[in-house]
Design a protein around this ligand. Structure first.
Ligand code: UDP
Length: 243
């Protein structure tokens, strides 16, 4: 049974990384396309004013708590989230599973060449994964039709979509009836990390819940987007009820 908590209306799964990985297996076993999202504070705040995004998050099969702000909010309001579960860690678990079970993947997104490099690195590390295909994430509407057609011919078990949040979540949701894949998950910058064109924050930042700070140092132009984190925390502290 799925257990979620609501944070400003967004259902977030009360789940550990291990449980998320097991749940992924269940979702994959279902007939329909499963949808997994990795919301952070920014996405939760955006969903309050973005009906389409809220609908995606309410209709998906699992929303992992991928943001330290969500964990703080849960602690302050006693909602019971267990731990932060990042998209990159879940992606690793999914790849482990696909490797053990000879499953297939397709990567859609990233700069031209980056998605290919990510596939190459994944293939080197996970010999039993079938990388069925890839396509970069800078395409127009005509190209999109061809991309969906090629995904559907290949029918990958897992479709990793890296178009940046929240575009990737909306893209998956809006195409859910057309896409022939087992599970689709929005993974954003994880493709760059797999390709080696971006680095994950060192362990010390991860342990201290300061990955956002590392990203701010590395990509200072994102500061405007990241201002949402203190806004979220102020809202959490000032609200009696954040559900
Ligand atoms: N991206 C893409 N197409 C786009 C915009 C972004 O393929 O139109 C890719 C981008 O190259 C990167 C990933 O999406 O690999 C994540 O982008 P960003 O850092 O903007 O998003 P976030 O990590 O915040 O989700």
């Amino acid at each position: 049974m799925r257990k979620t908590v609501s944070i400003f209306g967004v259902p977030i799964d009360k789940i550990t990384l291990e449980e998320a990985s097991k749940r992924f297996e269940h979702i994959l076993a279902e007939e329909k396309l499963g949808i997994i999202t990795t919301p952070n504070t920014e996405i939760v705040m955006a969903a309050r004013y973005d009906k389409e995004l809220m609908e995606v998050l309410k209709r998906s099969d699992m929303n992992i708590p991928d943001g330290i702000g969500l964990i703080y909010a849960s602690k302050i309001h006693n909602l019971g989230l267990i731990e932060r579960v990042t998209g990159i860690d879940l992606m690793q678990k999914i790849l482990d599973y696909c490797n053990n079970m000879n499953r297939s993947i397709f990567i859609l997104g990233g700069k031209p060449g980056v998605e290919e490099l990510a596939c190459k690195k994944i293939k080197e590390r996970f010999r039993h994964i079938e990388v069925k295909g890839y396509h970069h994430g800078y395409f127009n509407q005509d190209e999109e039709i061809d991309i969906i057609e090629s995904i559907n011919k290949l029918k990958p078990d897992v479709l990793f979509v890296a178009l940046g949040a929240p575009r990737q979540e909306k893209w998956i949701y809006n195409n859910r009836k057309k896409l022939k894949a087992g599970v689709a998950i929005g993974v954003g910058g994880s493709v760059d990390i797999w390709a080696g064109t971006a680095k994950r924050a060192p362990m010390i930042y991860q342990k201290l819940g300061l990955e956002w700070f590392y990203r701010l140092i590395k990509e200072p132009w994102r500061y405007k987007r990241m201002m949402v984190l203190p806004k979220f925390m102020i809202k959490v502290l000032l609200s009696k009820n954040i559900q």
